[in-house]
Design a protein around this ligand. Structure first.
Ligand SMILES: NC(=O)c1ccc[n+]([C@@H]2O[C@H](COP(=O)([O-])OP(=O)(O)OC[C@H]3O[C@@H](n4cnc5c(N)ncnc54)[C@H](O)[C@@H]3O)[C@@H](O)[C@H]2O)c1
Length: 322
């Protein structure tokens, strides 16, 4: 039985906690949060022990795996705390707030004897996984152009409004668009250059939209859109992949969200499975089988680098070469 401690009981901490409770072979032993109301909420929702910090969690409870669900600017500090305690670690994306932090974590992960997995959940989202497989199987031939969209909801309201502080959250590019940057990097490999525009600093801090253009080393061109500016609005995602022999279109708002137009088939449906549960199950399997988790710190740092380059491009107006 693997004993899990979740740290941070906000939006994603709740989702992870519920998923852990459903997964056989593990026990959600404790939830830690600095905020007393959130600890009370966790106790009420889950009936588990609570703690006010990582330190208190590790003192009061025996856990094998620490699941880090705190704001991005705290990821490095808490990963380092869990490393000192010699625990397996699962941490939400992005790996860290800065490249210096991310690279430090990569160095540590190389010699660390326990597992470190990062929550790039889109790789576990069944529709995206299916599209990934379809492209790699050559079903639409060589891909030339990609367009993605993620957003449609209002600006997020986090603990202490941390999303609104760009230095803490990195804004819509680092927090949201990174999902698609990571998915595309997983599919097409390294990025050669990045150009981005963003509304940050030009409109209200609570209306953020970013447009990112990527050229991959394999020649694919991608346009990635991240949006936190629809009030009121509903979250959705879109992906279009145009290949030499066909086209895949995905829109999460549709009943049959994936449409593939190729010579072989007209349509592929999507499967509804909780991707958060799948990524956490992968982490448990990695521990049991003594193998690497699906997304390592090194892998996640590659996606962090692209997101930070896009932020730099949006800030300076320059094209960034990677
Ligand atoms: N993979 C996804 O789909 C997804 C979705 C949402 C958020 N995230 C990521 O998860 C992280 C958290 O985001 P969120 O939306 O859940 O934030 P949130 O503001 O909703 O929750 C953060 C929680 O952390 C707690 N906290 C803050 N500092 C702490 C500390 N030192 N020790 C213990 N608890 C502390 C806060 O009290 C709060 O309950 C971010 O890095 C974000 O990018 C990922």
């Amino acid at each position: 039985m693997i004993r899990v401690g979740v740290i941070g009981y906000g939006t994603i901490g709740r989702i992870h906690s519920e998923a852990w409770r459903e997964i056989p072979g593990c026990e959600l032993a404790v939830v830690a949060d600095v905020d007393g109301d959130r600890r009370a909420q966790a106790q009420h929702d889950l009936g588990v022990d609570t703690a006010s910090s990582l330190h208190e969690m590790l003192q009061s409870c025996e856990v094998d795996l620490v699941d880090i669900c705190v704001p991005t600017y705290l990821h490095e500090e808490l990963i380092l705390g869990a490393v000192q305690a010699d625990k397996h670690i699962f941490c939400e994306k992005p790996l860290a707030r800065t490249l210096v932090e991310g690279r430090r974590l990569v160095e540590i992960s190389k010699t660390y004897s326990k597992k470190i997995g990062i929550g790039h959940v889109v790789r576990f989202t069944p529709a995206y996984k299916k599209m990934h497989q379809s492209v790699l199987a050559g079903e639409i031939g060589q891909v030339g152009v990609v367009r993605t969209f993620r957003g449609g909801a209002p600006f997020p309201a986090g603990w202490n409004d941390w999303f609104a502080d760009y230095e803490l959250s990195g804004g819509v590019i680092l927090d949201l668009a990174i999902h698609d940057l990571d998915f595309l990097r997983w599919l097409f490999g390294d990025v050669k250059r990045v150009y981005a525009k963003s509304t940050r600093g030009r409109t209200s801090a609570r209306l953020e939209h970013a447009l990112i253009v990527l050229r991959f080393k394999n020649g694919v061109m991608a346009h990635v859109e991240g949006n936190w500016s629809n009030v009121p609005g509903e979250f959705y995602t879109k992906l279009e992949l145009a290949g030499k022999d066909g086209l895949i279109r995905f829109d999460s708002r549709e009943t049959d969200p994936i449409v593939a137009k190729t010579q072989n088939r007209a349509e592929i449906g999507a499967v509804a499975v909780n991707p958060y549960r799948l990524e956490l199950e992968d982490m448990l399997e990695a521990i049991r089988q003594d193998r690497a988790p699906a997304v390592s710190a090194t892998d996640a740092c590659g996606s962090l680098e692209i997101a930070l380059a896009a932020m730099e491009s949006a800030r300076t107006g320059q094209v960034i070469e990677l």
